[in-house]
Ligand binder design. Structure first.
Ligand SMILES: Cc1ncc(COP(=O)(O)O)c(C=O)c1O
Length: 361
């Protein structure tokens, strides 16, 4: 009998490795490896979760109606054009499955979020990476890679792990250069942290075009990464397609309940944003003062460059880990000489700088 074999291409996928969370033999670590909310979840979300536990024998609302209404009210969007997912990762995978297949090309930028490549491979499509300029998405390079086989273009704005973003004008130019039958996915996972006047989540493009969607998440500023909750805003046709391909209960009741409570807790959101506004520039300054190359970031992390051969970045990561601090090595993103450090609480930020100072010395 022939052995079981997965579809061609599946075994080319390198399983996604998330930011490390543990160090053997250490009870308390400083985890700055996954761009999670520094201050943790909203106390109101925790209370809502507790209250929801006694009814977990009931299936959730498959349409996440109350949550979609809350998102719509908060961001001034039509709840009928929102789909929720088990993290924005799931929405990326659903879009991929619905709009691309074997032989199709899926485009993203060279140091773009890893899930674009991995989920394209998972459905048998060909991932195509356009080169970046100074670790920024290059609109012209992206457009020059569009072929008759391109089905979707993914752009994280701002991008993880580089922290750079496309301005409103650049994003509009990227969209204007795309054929109507190519889906533009704007992944705005870090949108809530950003205060730049020329930044856009892409919401207005979704409103005026038939081929643009915006994905968002509760895993970052809203502090609910473990619950897996993301959402997408798109044209009615795309929403209809996603409702057909998603699982009937793809978002748990606990995630829906906590999401609504987290949205309501404006004070907690402001605290998280203020922590980031204070400590990201501080981290960048301190790292630069140590002689390290810090790439400008508008999100809740900074990308730090060490010597070109990658040896110093690996050694720095190991040194930090030995002292119970977890940063994210970047070899999987094609940046072996870099570490990505999430913004933490004050003591965590002080700790990572103190240890890197020792390392550099
Ligand atoms: C750019 C980007 N998009 C999407 C995600 C996935 O987020 P979620 O937790 O909603 O699946 C991440 C997570 O790090 C990210 O950095």
């Amino acid at each position: 009998m022939a052995p079981l074999r997965p579809r061609p291409g599946i075994l080319e996928i390198e399983p996604y490795v998330g930011g490390k969370a543990e160090v053997e033999g250490m009870a308390n670590v400083v985890k700055l490896s996954a761009n999670e909310a520094a201050l943790g979840p909203s106390p109101k979300a925790i209370a809502a979760l507790r209250a929801a536990v006694p009814v977990v024998h009931r299936y959730p609302d498959g349409g996440a109606r109350a949550l979609r209404q809350a998102i719509g009210a908060r961001f001034d969007l039509d709840p009928g054009r929102i789909v929720c997912g088990s993290g924005s990762d799931e929405l990326i995978q659903l879009l991929m499955r619905a709009y691309a297949g074997p032989g199709d090309e899926v485009l993203y930028s060279a140091h773009g979020f890893l899930m674009y490549r991995l989920s394209a491979l998972a459905i048998g499509a060909t991932p195509v990476a356009a080169p970046e300029r100074d670790l920024r998405t290059d609109v012209d390079a992206m457009l020059s890679r569009v072929t008759s086989r391109t089905r979707a273009l993914f752009v994280a704005n701002p991008n993880n792990p580089t922290g750079s973003y496309l301005t409103r004008e650049e994003l509009a130019r990227l969209h204007a250069g795309l054929p109507n039958d190519v889906l533009l996915v704007i992944d705005a996972a870090y949108a809530e942290y950003i205060g730049c006047a020329d930044y856009t989540t892409g919401q207005e493009l979704v409103e005026r075009a038939g081929n643009v969607v915006m994905t968002r998440t509760f895993s970052k500023l809203f502090g609910l990464a473990a619950l897996r909750l993301g959402w997408l805003y798109g044209p009615p046709d795309v929403i209809d397609v996603l409702h057909r391909v998603r699982g009937p209960f793809n978002v748990s009741a606990l995630a829906q309940t906590a999401g609504i409570a987290a949205l309501e807790d404006r004070e907690h959101q402001e605290q998280e944003r203020a922590n980031n506004d204070c400590w990201r520039p501080w981290l960048a300054e301190q790292l630069a003062a140590l002689g390290l190359r810090v790439h400008p970031s508008v999100a809740n992390f900074v990308l730090v460059g060490f010597d070109a051969d990658g040896g110093s970045a690996r050694a720095a990561s190991a040194w930090l880990e030995r002292h119970g601090i977890l940063a994210r090595p970047m070899a999987a993103y094609g940046l072996p000489h870099c570490l990505r450090i999430s913004v933490g609480r004050e003591a965590e930020n002080q700790a990572v700088i103190a240890r890197l100072r020792e390392f550099v010395a």
